[in-house]
Write a protein that binds this ligand. Structure first.
Ligand SMILES: Cc1ncc(COP(=O)(O)O)c(C=O)c1O
Length: 403
């Protein structure tokens, strides 16, 4: 018999920027969702339910984000979406218009695709990040020229929570490009469910979303590609998604996104709930633990994210101690955890290697409670004290050995 260990049962999960547990509503709808297992491309009756799920999800997304349902492509998630966007633009313009302006702190699915395009002849200008966590808008203006094909900047950063001025960057793209034709992409993964996104006002050509960061299931995402924006298939195959993405759609995942789109009616309430908890948590940590700083605190941040630097406390050691104590947090991006290298995002912001190595990321979720935060603060205080005292005594012992 298959056995699954439910590692989430007794845990306090504070890593919602890495992934989210499917919401209770998604879980409640699972049996009904699974019962629609037919292939949406079939023409017999078994396809009707799945087809309906695709149609309704597209319609609801288009209504909420004020776009056309034809501008929505279901895919496997944001890595696929980001790859598709950059490669589509390259396929359209190639060497003719080969310059890309991309923020230095994008997710690897953007940065590594850009590096790949570089091997084909693309010129990549990485927008530097200021100590505040904000990107340098002047840099964008200075780099734009007649060869600029695309500007790509995430809506909010996964590690620090910094929210970027996407509308302003879009304006720069549209006003400064030759014939207003610089394309604009934003990876909106971290914003969905944490920030009110007005897609129409942002004037984007492309936006990428992922289900599993938003209490839906893993392996499903949405790519918004504006009508007439260049598009090239990443996956060739059947005629799914109007022949823009081959492969039978992940109906179950898409159904879970549909459920979550309906939950967006609670967004403002969830944002203020998370913000109150996060702000109280930060002020209590600052009060009770000395030598702590909050990264990017001067910038607008997502309501749920807190990135701390705790002096003289190694992030990995802290993470492991918290893990043993029953708390899931992160030291940086989940995909780079376990790597001894400090977070490139924090380094890009001008933090020293040491500061970056002493960092901890806490990501609250829609379901995080006051009690969980109180338990987390108590555990953190104890762990920081312990690590600092071990460090001090080993330094003292070290000194004695050499005296
Ligand atoms: C900002 C950002 N973009 C893209 C991704 C990749 O998303 P997915 O897991 O859906 O491929 C992530 C996930 O870590 C992310 O945080």
């Amino acid at each position: 018999m298959l056995q699954f260990e439910n590692s989430a049962q007794t845990r306090i999960y504070l890593d919602h920027n890495a992934t989210t547990a499917p919401s209770k509503t998604v879980l409640d709808h699972l049996p009904q969702m699974i019962s629609e297992w037919g292939n949406p491309s079939s023409i017999h009756l078994s396809s009707r339910g799945p087809k309906n799920i695709l149609r309704e999800t597209r319609k609801q997304f288009a209504e909420i984000f004020k776009c056309s349902s034809l501008e929505i492509i279901f895919n496997s998630g944001a890595s696929e979406g980001n790859n598709t966007v950059l490669k589509s633009v390259w396929e359209k313009f190639g060497l003719e218009k080969n310059e890309y302006i991309i923020s230095q702190i994008e997710h690897p699915s953007v940065l590594k695709t850009a590096s790949y395009l570089q091997t084909l002849g693309a010129v990549i200008h990485l927008i530097p990040v200021l100590k505040s966590g904000q990107i340098d808008l002047e840099f964008i203006k200075n780099k734009i020229n007649s060869k600029t094909a695309l500007i790509s900047c995430m809506f909010a950063n996964n590690e620090t929570g910094t929210v970027f001025p996407i509308q302003q960057i879009s304006d720069i793209a549209k006003k400064n490009g030759v014939n207003n034709n610089i394309l604009m992409h934003s990876d909106c993964v971290q914003a969905l469910g944490k920030y009110e996104i007005d897609l129409a006002a942002l004037n984007l050509d492309y936006a990428t979303f992922s289900g599993h960061k938003f209490y839906a299931l893993k392996g499903c995402g949405i790519l918004f590609a504006k009508k007439n924006a260049p598009y090239a298939n990443l996956i060739h195959g059947g005629g799914q998604e109007r022949s823009r993405r081959g492969g039978t759609e992940n109906v179950l995942g898409i159904a879970s996104i549909q459920v979550m789109l309906q939950e967006l009616k609670y967004l403002n309430q969830k944002i203020s709930q998370m913000q109150t908890l996060r702000d109280n948590m930060e002020s209590e940590i600052l009060k009770k633990i000395n030598n702590v700083s909050i990264t990017a605190v001067e910038s607008e941040r997502l309501s749920n994210t807190s990135s701390l630097v705790i002096t003289d406390v190694d992030g990995e050691t802290m993470l492991m101690s918290l893990d043993i104590a029953g708390f899931s947090v992160s030291t940086g991006a989940a995909c780079s955890s376990g790597s001894p290298e400090p977070s490139p995002v924090l380094l890009a912001m001008g933090l020293t290697r040491n500061e970056a190595q002493n960092s901890l990321r806490i990501g609250l979720g829609w379901g995080t409670t006051e009690i969980e935060i109180q338990k987390f603060i108590s555990a953190l205080i104890e762990i920081v004290e312990r690590i600092r005292s071990i460090d001090t005594s080993s330094k003292e012992n070290g000194k004695q050995n050499y005296v």
